[in-house]
Design a protein around this ligand. Structure first.
Ligand SMILES: [Fe+2]
Length: 232
């Protein structure tokens, strides 16, 4: 699928996506300055909030969204991309209007310290997860800092069991949240690898059975979606 700037990369039969977010580029300097200041103040502690150096998952609070423009821009880009991705869904869900009702976000800073070795994990029960890369430092070995994925089925000799996606500065990588993944360490980097990670949680509205594609426009879809929630 090539939907606008959304590029699909299929790994062992499972789609993942990448899209550039040019509206975010102008904020990179501001984000890095803020993170350096937080670091200086001692906010980032080893495993202080999840693995490695992370903020809490509460980036998109109403107060933060009101105050911080880049969070509004990034959240919108992520939700827009997820909405375009989900327009191509399969099976029974084709007949269900959906709603990305919650987005979590957090910053992950990866340093070159020897203990930083991202463990395998997934983001279930979110539906789609993504990472926007603010900074990808150069490394001597090109495999450093890759985002690795593991096939969900048992390992066997007939299929590839692992695949890598190369993070690109200024781009969003999105993948199904159930996929096991890990960022490769960056021992030879001389700066931080900075990602803003996000999870999208989706409601499927069973009351309305009209497929999304049958709506004339987004307003008609939105009206049906609201109607499907009425009386809950
Ligand atoms: Fe993750």
């Amino acid at each position: 699928m090539s939907d606008g700037q959304l590029e699909t990369n299929v790994l062992f039969g499972t789609p993942t996506w990448r899209c550039p977010v040019p509206d975010m580029h102008r904020f990179h300097g501001e984000i890095k300055t803020q993170l350096r200041e937080l670091w200086r103040q001692g906010y980032f502690q080893r495993h202080g909030s999840g693995y490695g150096y992370q903020t809490t998952e509460e980036l998109f609070t109403p107060v933060n969204l009101e105050k911080i423009e880049y969070l509004r821009v990034l959240k919108k880009a992520f939700v827009d991309a997820c909405t375009r991705i989900l327009a191509h869904r399969h099976g029974h869900s084709k007949n269900m209007p959906f709603d990305v009702y919650c987005v979590q976000g957090w910053v992950l800073i990866q340093t070159n310290e020897s203990w930083v070795d991202g463990p395998w994990h997934h983001h279930h029960p979110a539906t789609l997860s993504g990472c926007y890369y603010v900074q990808i430092p150069p490394t001597r070995d090109p495999t450093e800092g890759l985002l690795m994925f593991q096939r969900s089925e048992p390992t066997n000799v007939f299929c590839e069991n692992m695949a890598a996606v190369r993070p690109i500065e200024g781009c969003l990588t999105i993948f199904p949240s159930y996929l096991m993944h890990r960022p490769m360490p960056t021992p030879t980097a001389n700066d931080w690898r900075i990602g803003i990670c996000m999870d999208a949680f989706v409601h499927w509205h069973k009351k309305s059975e009209d497929p999304l594609r049958s709506f004339e426009d987004l307003d008609a879809y939105e009206a049906a979606r609201k109607n499907s929630l009425a009386g809950r």
